[in-house]
Design a protein around this ligand. Structure first.
Ligand SMILES: NC(=O)c1ccc[n+]([C@@H]2O[C@H](COP(=O)([O-])OP(=O)(O)OC[C@H]3O[C@@H](n4cnc5c(N)ncnc54)[C@H](OP(=O)(O)O)[C@@H]3O)[C@@H](O)[C@H]2O)c1
Length: 275
């Protein structure tokens, strides 16, 4: 028997990284469904801009300034959001950062920050949110955790080894939690975007063979996937999907296809840093 569709109307949603890119575009989609939103990020100005756009579209926004890499902040953000929203129906673990390049050229501080923001913060925020999400599921059967991983979680992309490691961690965490929460009414879904045209990509040139998609298109697929209670949402162009499929079937064939482009790839991404 298929599960009923997830009804996003009027949901109380915490979105991390809501000041720009995917997080902002998702906030606007939820605002159009009368969402009551907590918007998290380090910089107050972009959060205030998102909040104003949310209000224009019929939603309600509570900006919360926080650095999710800092001890205790993931938990504080969840409790502050639940208090401001009167509970929590959906947690979107979207905030992320990236530093690409040869592993030995990436600083230890940047590697640590990637682990803290992309992996540790989502685990701790989910842990803190669970009592609120379970309460929402008990009340109306509509609660969810949305993880934002990456195509780098499916394909080991050279020069994104540390980023891919933390995103693969997010994906396995989400899958395990969905199974752990089976029967609770709390759904867990992971998004695996290919390259998306957002501020995160401003410092990278397009990688060979992987085109970028407009953020609104990607977010429309994310919304549809949440509503359909998918386990995995894969907003990728056909070339990204083909690479992910080949990785699963024949990783040595992926090695062979990438090897001739390594120099070009390094030149395209060695300045890619969004921290
Ligand atoms: N764009 C892509 O091609 C792509 C592809 C696959 C996956 N993704 C993933 O999609 C998610 C959203 O990225 P995006 O592309 O929309 O990039 P983005 O526009 O740079 O958004 C990332 C957001 O995270 C926030 N953030 C970063 N570090 C933070 C911290 N320490 N504490 C709190 N907030 C923090 C940033 O706001 P502040 O700077 O104000 O904190 C920013 O609003 C990320 O998880 C990313 O890894 C992106």
């Amino acid at each position: 028997m298929s599960s009923p569709r997830f009804d996003l109307r009027g949901r109380r949603t915490l979105i991390t990284g809501a000041g720009s890119g995917i997080g902002r575009a998702l906030a606007l989609e939820l605002a159009a469904r009368q969402g009551v939103l907590a918007l998290v990020g380090r910089r107050p100005e972009p959060l205030a801009e998102t909040a104003a756009l949310v209000a224009e579209r019929g939603g309600t926004a509570h900006p919360i300034t926080a650095d999710l890499a800092a001890d205790g902040e993931a938990e504080r953000v969840v409790e502050t959001s639940a208090a401001a929203l009167g509970g929590l129906d959906i947690l979107v673990n979207n905030a992320g950062n990236v530093r690409a390049g040869a592993l030995e050229d990436i600083s230890v501080a940047d590697i640590r920050a990637m682990v803290q923001v992309n992996l540790l913060a989502p685990i701790l925020a989910t842990r803190a949110a669970l009592p609120h999400l379970r309460a929402a599921a008990d009340r109306h059967g509509q609660a969810a955790v949305v993880g934002v991983a990456s195509i780098a979680a499916q394909v080991g992309l050279p020069y994104y080894a540390a980023y891919g490691a933390v995103k693969a961690g997010v994906a396995r965490f989400d899958d395990a939690m969905r199974r752990e929460l089976s029967g609770s009414g709390v759904h867990v879904v992971t998004v695996y975007p290919g390259p998306v045209d957002t501020p995160m990509m401003a410092s990278a040139r397009p990688a060979p063979g992987l085109g970028r998609r407009p953020v609104d298109e990607v977010v429309a697929e994310i919304v549809a996937g949440i509503e359909a209670r998918e386990a995995a949402i894969v907003p990728q162009l056909p070339e990204g999907r083909a690479m992910s499929d080949l990785e699963a079937r024949d990783p040595l064939a992926v090695d062979a296809s990438i090897a001739p482009t390594l120099g070009e790839l390094l030149a395209a991404v060695s300045s890619h840093r969004s921290m």
